[in-house]
Design a protein around this ligand. Structure first.
Ligand SMILES: Nc1ncnc2c1ncn2[C@@H]1O[C@H](COP(=O)(O)OP(=O)(O)O)[C@@H](O)[C@H]1O
Ligand SMILES: [Mg+2]
Length: 322
């Protein structure tokens, strides 16, 4: 057997077998989840033990893209200290109210008490029949983080194109290019996957997506891609389509909007085609089920609940951003 194949076997066998000294063993987590009502929708969890990698940005764009595609979407923010996803969607509600424009709207909330009971209560309250449930996990390991990973049908882990960020998945030897062992996060995912399999629950499709990629760093990106390819074999994840570093992914946040929405707001500005194409590719690489419905229903335009002056000032501020 070649050394690399042996490495693969050793690392795969070791993954997920560490001692869970805090009592939060995968068996305990899966038993907790199994005792709750089963969910009708497909769960997409955005998680990485590292902060600032783009979990909320990707969760926000994916939730809105799925709502645009005509799906019923619930977006639950599990990172209450930041509340980025929930805030962005609240800003979106404000924009709908002020402009009186119908926009596809995920049902959303932030989990103020990080416990499983509240998580399931919120999902039932928001929409028990949602097609997709988008969970934005906090950027550090904790009980609710592990449950969000354990619940995932699709687990999306954004990483910036940096070897510091790759440490969150595992180590790669800089000389031989071989994997050296799992990170704490990869080990958590492996343990939870193993327990899901033992209980006959479906697999977790783990997708790692590069984020904030700069075209000027081609040589560095090549090394990152090679390391990700190695790690993907050891830790059984797919490398999904990522997003470039673009102001288009952050400039509309205060308005709760994405460039996808500009197609419904032609009087404000035109959507940036490169941004739309990247979002389309990202969604495509997640290979989600259910697929897009055949017929999209345009949301009804609500009556604007603002004075013409407020509306004009808001519109002007929005146009000035773009
Ligand atoms: N593709 C991107 N292009 C430009 N800025 C981005 C992109 N992805 C994320 N950002 C910015 O990076 C920062 C961290 O993103 P965020 O989604 O809050 O990360 P996390 O939720 O992982 O902490 C924010 O300032 C966000 O606007
Ligand atoms: Mg976040």
């Amino acid at each position: 057997m070649g050394t690399e194949a042996k490495d693969n076997r050793d690392i795969a066998a070791a993954a997920g077998t560490r001692r869970w000294s805090d009592g939060e063993h995968p068996g305990v987590i899966l038993a907790d989840i199994a005792s709750r009502p089963s969910l009708a929708g497909h769960v997409i969890t955005f998680a990485n033990e590292k902060g600032g990698v783009g979990k909320s940005t990707l969760a926000f764009h994916c939730a809105i893209a799925l709502a645009h595609a005509g799906h019923r979407v619930v977006a639950l923010d599990l990172d209450w200290r930041q509340s980025t996803l929930d805030r962005g969607l609240s800003f979106r509600e404000g924009t709908v109210r002020i402009l009186g424009t119908g926009l596809p709207m995920p049902a959303h909330a932030v989990l103020t008490r990080p416990c499983t009971a509240q998580l399931y209560q919120e999902l039932a309250r928001l929409d028990a029949r949602a097609d997709y449930i988008v969970l934005d996990a906090p950027g550090a390991d904790c009980p609710i983080f592990r449950r969000a990973v354990a619940m995932a049908d699709t687990l999306v882990t954004p990483v910036n194109a940096s070897f510091i960020d790759l440490q969150a998945l595992g180590q790669v030897d800089p000389v031989s290019g071989r994997a050296q062992g799992p990170s704490c996060f990869a080990d958590t995912v492996a343990g939870l996957r193993r327990e899901r399999e033992r209980r006959g629950r479906g697999p977790i499709d783990w997708v790692v997506a590069k984020n904030r990629v700069r075209n000027t760093e081609r040589r560095h990106i090549g090394r990152i891609d090679a390391a990700l390819a190695t790690l993907s074999q050891h830790h059984d994840f797919r490398v999904g389509e990522g997003l470039a570093e673009r102001v288009a992914f952050r400039e509309l946040f205060q308005f709760g909007l994405t460039h996808l929405d500009l197609e419904l707001l032609p009087e404000i500005a035109r959507a940036h085609p490169g941004t739309l194409a990247e979002l389309e590719k990202l969604l495509g690489s997640l290979a989600l089920d259910p697929p897009r419905p055949a017929r999209r229903i345009a949301p009804a335009a609500p009556r604007a609940r603002s004075s013409p002056r407020t509306r004009a000032a808001y519109r002007e501020a929005l146009v000035a951003v773009l």
